[in-house]
Ligand binder design. Structure first.
Ligand SMILES: [Fe+2]
Length: 183
C-alpha cells in the first residue's frame, strides 16, 4: 500500500497517568494514536533523565586504563578541568567531560597520529579531516586538553563537581528531532 504523506500536526496531550503502562501492538505500524500517547507520555520523563544516563556511562570509565597512566574517567575529568581552567564555557567543558564515552569520535583519528604506526596503519589518517571547517577546533581540543590529560599528578576536579554543569547542559538541548519548530 502506498504511504500517504501527512505533514499536518495532530499533537497529542500527554499524561503522567500513563507512565509505567505498556502498549500491546506487535508491529509498529499497528500502533494506534492512543498507543503513541502512552509511549510519548512515558518518553517525556525518560528524556529528562538523559543527564543521569550520561553520568552512569561516565562512571563505567572508572578503572579502565588500557595501560595508560590514568584511567578513562580520570582522563575525562582532567580534560574537562583543563578546559574549564582555560576559560571555556559550560557546554564546551561538558563536551570535554564526556568526549571518551564511545570509541568513534574523530579525536581518535587525530590522536592516532601518535600510535597508528605501531599498529602498522597510516598515522596520517587524520589528514583526511584537515579541510573540514571544524579542523581547527578539533586540533585545539586535542592539543590543549585531550592529549594533555594523561598526568596522574594533575589535580582534576571531581565528577561530583561537574555534575550540576552536566545536568544544566543536558536540560537544554540545542536541537532535537522531538522539539516543535517553534520551540
Ligand atoms: Fe580522550
Amino acid at each position: 500500500m502506498a504511504e500517504t504523506k501527512n505533514t499536518g500536526s495532530d499533537e497529542l496531550e500527554l499524561s503522567d497517568e500513563l507512565i509505567g503502562k505498556r502498549a500491546y501492538f506487535t508491529r509498529l505500524e499497528d500502533a494506534t494514536r492512543e498507543d503513541w500517547r502512552l509511549i510519548l507520555s512515558n518518553y517525556r520523563p525518560w528524556a529528562r533523565a538523559l543527564s543521569n544516563r550520561v553520568l552512569a556511562h561516565l562512571r563505567l570509565l572508572e578503572g579502565e586504563h588500557g595501560g595508560n597512566p590514568v584511567d578513562r574517567l580520570q582522563h575525562c575529568l582532567q580534560t574537562a578541568t583543563l578546559a574549564l581552567r582555560d576559560g571555556r564555557d559550560e557546554e564546551y567543558v561538558v563536551c570535554a567531560l564526556i568526549h571518551d564515552i564511545g570509541d568513534t569520535l574523530a579525536h581518535g583519528v587525530y590522536t592516532g597520529y601518535y600510535w597508528f604506526q605501531y599498529l602498522g596503519t597510516d598515522r596520517n589518517k587524520r589528514d583526511d579531516l584537515r579541510s573540514h571547517p571544524w579542523w581547527g577546533d578539533l586540533e585545539d581540543f586535542c592539543l590543549k586538553y585531550d592529549c594533555a590529560a594523561f598526568n596522574p599528578h594533575y589535580e582534576s576536579m571531581t565528577l561530583e563537581e561537574f555534575e550540576p554543569m552536566l545536568h544544566r547542559v543536558f536540560a537544554k538541548p540545542r536541537a532535537s528531532l522531538y522539539t516543535k519548530a517553534d520551540g
